[in-house]
Design a protein around this ligand. Structure first.
Ligand code: AMP
Ligand code: GLY
Length: 423
């Protein structure tokens, strides 16, 4: 069979790696892809938002399955365009991807179906938000309603900061139209955990847990990024917590979407906070996390294509998802200066050190193939993943493997997985 993957990050590289293991896959295309993905797939120069071009390409090449890795095309309705052309595609339709595309929608859904989440109010007008803040408790959390590259969340400690936040989101439109609506949310404290799941519209099967490190600098300092590293599983996500979430969050979300006439097929990523009052939903995403995929997928025993087929066909109840009884850690190698400004185009040395090394992976995010070799081409450049029998061993292995790679302006966090010492 022939597979097309839409996206260009480390997540898509991990998906391509997994898809390539399926014996019946004869050819993989990736649009637009990156330098590392080009080792496994033919990269095609079509942007992820060029739905008509992508569908025409899938028809021309007789693609059997298209996998959408990224949020923007899903929220924009790429799945509807493919399905209208009779093409087989993995991911939620537009009316279901809204679970990620609108935070106001997801909060209203959780309230209506009593899914635990922080208390909140939605606002369409800045004046109403300002008035609400006058009597609010601080810190408080402001969230732009739409997609904002993970940057549309502001935690405000004072009334003054919150007023500035409302102005920047709703009036100055710092995140564009994503700020046409605003969610103002109660501030919660606790450990964060990411639980990803496959969904076929009715049945949900959760994957192993993971934890991301969103801030740029050690000790969770610095700006929010797309994610600087991950570990899996999370030792804080216990069996009791899982039981609670299965009962009160996961299946309830799938049922709520179905009841709203928004059948969800694809991946639901639950961003959870383990608070003193129990687990609560911070956010939903409608796709694999990046870099969560880089620690979850290498531990998955199932055939990715088989699971995705079951999601599309509504037969997920017949699949048992299984994960290796080990751990994985991913350390992101970024360009110094990310997420603000950074140089690119530097040659990357040492990639071949990973060839044939079982349990070690180098997933490319911002890289490009040139005549001289693979060069840096983005803020997050590579995700170096290593497995180990437990989290400590996986972390030691990952921090050993990052020394094999060298490029100018290489930057990483040195404390990915430090939290596991407290478990
Ligand atoms: P989100 O994109 O909604 O996951 O928010 C990004 C990050 O902001 C989360 O990973 C949390 O660290 C933080 N955050 C979001 N909502 C809250 C909240 N209600 N209380 C405390 N922190 C939050
Ligand atoms: N790592 C967080 C995300 O993919 O949204």
């Amino acid at each position: 069979m022939k597979v097309l993957i839409v996206g260009s990050g480390g997540r898509e590289h991990a998906i391509a790696y997994s898809v390539a293991k399926n014996k019946s896959v004869e050819k993989i295309y990736c649009a637009p892809g990156n330098g590392g993905i080009s080792e496994l797939a033919e990269c095609v120069d079509i942007g992820a938002m060029e739905f008509e071009k992508l569908a025409a390409f899938a028809k021309e090449k007789e693609i059997d399955l298209t996998i959408i890795g990224m949020d923007d095309p899903l929220v924009g309705g790429i799945v509807d365009v493919f399905e209208a052309e009779g093409l087989r595609v993995f991911g939620p339709k537009k009316n279901a991807a809204i679970l990620e595309g609108s935070k106001a929608f997801s909060k209203d859904l959780m309230k209506k179906y009593q899914i635990p989440t922080a208390a909140y109010e939605n606002f369409d007008r800045a004046e109403d938000a300002y008035a609400y803040l006058e009597t609010a408790k601080f810190p408080i959390v402001l969230k732009a309603d739409g997609l904002a590259l993970g940057k549309g969340v502001l935690i405000c400690n004072t009334l003054e900061e919150a007023r500035e936040g409302v102005k920047s989101i709703m009036e100055d439109k710092k995140f564009g139209s994503a700020g046409n609506r605003l969610v103002v949310e109660e501030f919660m404290t606790g450990r964060e955990v990411s639980v990803l799941s496959f969904v076929d519209g009715k049945t949900i099967k959760t994957m192993t847990s993971a934890q991301d490190h969103k801030r740029a600098k050690d000790g969770d300092q610095g700006l929010n990024t797309g994610g600087m590293g991950t570990f899996s599983p999370s030792p804080f996500y216990t069996k009791e917590i899982d039981e609670f979430c299965q009962k009160n969050i996961f299946q309830k979300t799938v049922d709520a979407m179905a009841a709203e006439g928004r059948e969800f097929k694809g991946i639901i990523f639950f961003g959870l906070m383990l608070t003193e009052d129990g687990p609560k939903v911070l956010e939903y995403n409608a796709r694999f996390g990046d870099p969560e995929a880089q620690v979850v997928i290498p531990r998955m025993k199932n055939d990715m294509i088989e699971v995705m087929d079951a999601c599309i066909d509504g037969t997920l109840d017949q699949i048992e998802l299984t994960f290796e009884d080990n751990a994985a850690v991913c350390v992101v190698l970024a360009s110094d200066g990310y997420p603000v400004s950074y140089e690119k185009g530097f040659l990357i040395h040492g990639l071949s050190a990973f060839d044939g090394k079982e349990g070690y992976y180098v997933f490319h995010a911002g890289t490009k193939k040139t005549d001289e070799g693979i060069v840096t081409n983005g803020g997050r450049v590579l995700g170096v993943t290593a497995k180990g029998k437990d989290l400590k061993e996986a972390r030691a292995n990952a921090y050993e493997a990052v020394t094999w790679i060298d490029f100018e302006n290489k930057y990483m966090r040195n404390d990915i997985g430090k939290a596991i010492d407290e478990a």
